[in-house]
Each structure stands twice: as C-alpha cells, then as structure tokens.
Design a protein around this ligand. Structure first.
Ligand SMILES: Nc1ncnc2c1ncn2[C@@H]1O[C@H](COP(=O)(O)OP(=O)(O)OP(=O)(O)O)[C@@H](O)[C@H]1O
Ligand SMILES: [Mg+2]
Length: 254
C-alpha cells in the first residue's frame, strides 16, 4: 500500500494530533510511515516524541541539492525514496521506531519571506515521490486553505478534513472539501475531533451532510500528555479506537 494522506482544517482543531495518532496506529499495524511536517511552525517532532528536529535540514533545501546531483534532469530520480538514495536523504530526516519525519521549511518570520521554495518541493515530492511498498506518507499542514488554493497538495491521494462540532468549524470544513474536489484529490474524509457526546456527533452529521469517517473524543489524557511534553502518538486509551476506525474507513474506501 502506498498512500499519501494530507490533512486540513481550521487552526487548532487537532490536525497534528490526529496525524500523530494515525502514525502510531499505522506503526502498530506494521506499516512504514513517512511524516512530512509542512507547517511553517512545525510541531510534529514533539507530537511523535522525536528529538533533534533543530538539526534536521528542511526539505525545502533539497531542491537545490537535487538539481546539483541530478545534473538538472527533470523528473529527478532522487524523488525516489528507495534505500539506494537514503544516504542522500539522511540529513533531511529523523527516524525512530519505523517512523521517518521530514520537515518542510524553516520557521518564517513575521516579516514574511516567500514560501515558494517550500511549496514547490512539497508539490513535487507528492507528485513524483516513488515509494517502496507498504509505506504511508502523512503530510501535516498549517491551518487554512492556502495549501489547497495553491494546489500544493494536489498530489495527495487522500485528504482528511479535521472538524470540531461548531458552526464555523463546519463552514470551513465544507469550504475545504469543495477546494479539495476542485484540485482533484480523489478521496476526502471528514474527521470529527473534540466530539464529546451523541449530540456533538449528530450535529456534525447533520451539518456536514454525512457521517465523519471517525470521531475523536475530547481526551483528558491527550491534553495532559501534550502539556507534559510527552508524545501524543503513544496515547491509546480513551480514544474509542478512533485512529483504528479512521484507518479502516480509509482503506475500505480505497
Ligand atoms: N481529541 C483531543 N482531546 C484533547 N485535546 C486535544 C484533542 N485534539 C487536540 N487536542 C489539543 O488541542 C491543541 C491543538 O491541537 P493540534 O496542535 O493538534 O491542532 P492543529 O489543528 O494541528 O493546530 P494548528 O492549526 O496550530 O496546526 C493541542 O494542545 C492538543 O493537545
Ligand atoms: Mg498543527
């Protein structure tokens, strides 16, 4: 199975948390996982419990390196993340317990700085990356619709839209779904988060016009884990098996 899964949703709705929990579940099921943190303020290393994120080279820098190595050949074979080129990629990734993490770009300052190199590399990676069998790519993204507007994640074959049970949350989620359809992402799933009751679930179903692929409960344990600076990926209790259900739904729809 080779699947490229991206995530979108309003700010703070739980995108990074859901992706980290999904990474943990995929590992338990024996899948190799590559996580790409495409948020300009990256938190994924923390969520996965990986040290050394400060030292890893952002993959936005890879474009230049690839051009040098490949003699400017279009369709560079170095997008092929096979073992033969892993030495080249080592500087660009952290690895722990079968999960690899790449960080897209350096933190941008308030003064700006163009995100073009980052977005170019991400777009290319998603389109051209050839993966070994049994690898799942999870792309964590910044909040909002910019990525979809620019078509950066058009190469993903699955988009998770994290949505909390609120009117404005649903409105954004529906807008994201429309944009995702427009850029041609073939599979799109809503994922409820901070769903505390049947009423919350009913609200989401009614407003979205469909049942979310999975609903994550509001979890005291998750909250505490994050506050303690421990990796949320390890949390399993009290989630009503939502990560597992989400994965099952995605796979049956494949
Ligand atoms: N199901 C949950 N139960 C309890 N706390 C949660 C849950 N989901 C997320 N949180 C907490 O909510 C906060 C925001 O979550 P997270 O960072 O995953 O959101 P995000 O959508 O990735 O945010 P951003 O838009 O800033 O990237 C974190 O402190 C996280 O621990
Ligand atoms: Mg996040």
């Amino acid at each position: 199975m080779t699947v490229k899964i991206a995530v979108s949703g309003k700010g703070g709705v739980g995108k990074t948390t859901v992706m980290a929990l999904l990474a943990g579940e995929l590992r338990r099921q024996g899948q190799a996982v590559l996580v790409i943190d495409a948020d300009p303020s990256p938190h994924m290393a923390q969520a996965l419990g990986m040290a050394g994120a400060e030292d890893v080279r952002p993959i936005a820098e890879m474009g230049r390196l690839l051009a040098e190595r490949a003699g400017k050949t279009e369709g560079s074979p170095f997008y092929n993340l096979n073992p033969e080129v892993n030495d080249l990629l080592r500087d660009f990734m952290l690895e722990q317990d079968g999960i690899r993490l790449m960080i897209l770009g350096a933190v941008r300052t308030a003064e700006g700085g163009c995100a073009c190199p980052e977005n170019h590399v991400l777009r290319k990676m998603l389109k051209k990356m050839l993966l070994t069998a049994k690898e799942v790519v999870l792309v964590d993204m910044e909040a909002g619709i910019e990525h979809l507007g620019r078509g950066t994640v058009a190469g993903a074959d699955c988009l998770l839209i994290v949505v909390i049970p609120s009117k404005s949350g649903v409105r954004t989620a529906l807008k994201i779904r429309q944009m995702a359809k427009d850029v041609g992402i073939p599979r799109i799933f809503f994922v409820g988060n901070l769903v505390q009751s049947e009423a919350d679930r009913d609200f989401l179903c009614a407003e979205l016009g469909e049942e979310p692929a999975a609903c994550f409960p509001d979890s005291v344990l998750l909250r505490q884990t994050e506050r303690d600076g421990r990796p949320v990926l390890a949390v399993r209790e009290g989630l009503n098996d939502a990560p597992k259900m989400l994965l099952e739904k995605m796979l049956t729809a494949a």
